[in-house]
Design a protein around this ligand. Structure first.
Ligand SMILES: [Zn+2]
Ligand SMILES: [Zn+2]
Length: 342
């Protein structure tokens, strides 16, 4: 049975399940327009999830065939997975920020061998032990790479511009950090329950009521730029805090009112995490060694293989921020590179 919630003012959500994932589901928002419903995100590409989406749209009094357009907050498979099927069934356009579209294009074009070579080089540079890297040298074909052929969007979301939603005012706010092209969507209309505040904000994974989104390195085999995803994320948090929406409609969990309070919590969380990590850097550590010593939701020995890659990426994002703030530096001549507090 599809679970549909009416948020008022021509906005509903369908809880689309994410199979075998503790997150549980993606909230796919259905926004009425003069030309038919527009979806914000589509959910995981799985037959069961597809049926739930179709049932949910029926419960909203519409159908997949009626969808006018699809606005994607970011390229992750729990958000963009079903976009291709929706477009096939309806002829809807798909819109995404150019930085995430570039990742989609690369995922479609990169042969798995190239990807494994990139991951091997990256993990070696981060100081990963040989037993962690070895499986990448003899990978089973096409394992652990979800969404190998995600749909290529046909429209670009331009930050600051209104999207093409006839009869509605939906503006794109660029919020890089979780991914380089993550966007929040600001519905610049009075709250239907007359809550005070500046419209409503579809926040994707940028702002969630009880989850701290993963911030790791942007993964791009073709780009050698030293990016600062955590710095981007913290700036993006302040941007949506200043917007002061009456209500936040996130892509997971539940709707909540006070964006500014949640932004303050997340800023404080990252500040204390950076302080803790700097304290660990009294001795020089590789990113891998730092990840082993950081606090996670379980002991390092119990963290599965793929999650360790994510953890190291998160450690590196924090190291980049500390270096940029002048609170840590790379030890000259170290290989793999180690970092120490300054
Ligand atoms: Zn995500
Ligand atoms: Zn997500």
């Amino acid at each position: 049975m599809a679970q549909v919630t009416d948020h008022g003012g021509g906005v509903r959500s369908v809880r689309v399940p994410i199979p075998d994932n503790p997150l549980g589901h993606t909230l796919v928002y259905v926004v009425d327009t003069d030309r038919g419903p527009v979806l914000i995100d589509t959910g995981w590409d799985d037959p069961g999830s597809w049926s739930v989406l179709a049932e949910g749209l029926a419960a909203c009094g519409t159908s997949v065939a009626e969808i006018h357009g699809v606005v994607i907050t970011h390229h992750h498979p729990d958000h963009h997975g079903l976009s291709g099927r929706v477009r096939e069934a309806s002829g809807a356009w798909i819109a995404m920020h150019a930085a995430d579209t570039a990742i989609v294009r690369r995922t479609r074009d990169t042969r798995p061998g190239r990807w494994y070579a990139y991951m091997t080089a990256k993990l070696t540079a981060a100081g990963a032990p040989e037993e962690h890297i070895a499986p990448l040298r003899t990978p089973r074909p096409r394992t652990g790479l979800p969404g190998l052929s995600p749909a290529l969007p046909d429209r670009e979301i331009v930050p600051g511009e209104l999207l093409d939603l006839p009869g509605r005012r939906l503006r794109a706010i660029w919020t890089p950090g979780h991914t380089p092209g993550h966007v929040c969507l600001h519905l610049e209309e009075q709250h239907p329950g007359r809550l005070t505040g500046n419209g409503r904000l579809f926040s994707g994974d940028h702002l969630l009521p009880e989850i701290t989104p993963h911030i790791g390195l942007y993964e791009d085999p073709d780009d050698a730029t030293v990016t600062d995803p955590l710095g981007d994320y913290l700036d993006s948090l302040e941007r949506v805090g200043r917007l002061a929406p009456a209500e936040v409609l996130p892509a997971h969990q539940y709707v909540f009112p006070d964006a500014a309070a949640r932004v303050r919590e997340l800023l404080a969380h990252h500040e204390s995490r950076l302080t803790d990590l700097r304290a660990l850097l009294i001795e020089p550590l590789t990113p891998w060694q730092l990840a082993e010593r950081m606090e996670w939701n379980r002991p390092w020995a119990q963290i599965p293989y793929a999650s360790r890659n994510i953890a190291v990426s998160e450690a590196e994002a924090h190291l980049r921020r500390l270096v940029k703030l002048g609170r840590a530096e790379a030890v000259a001549g170290s290989d793999p590179v180690t970092y120490v507090a300054v």
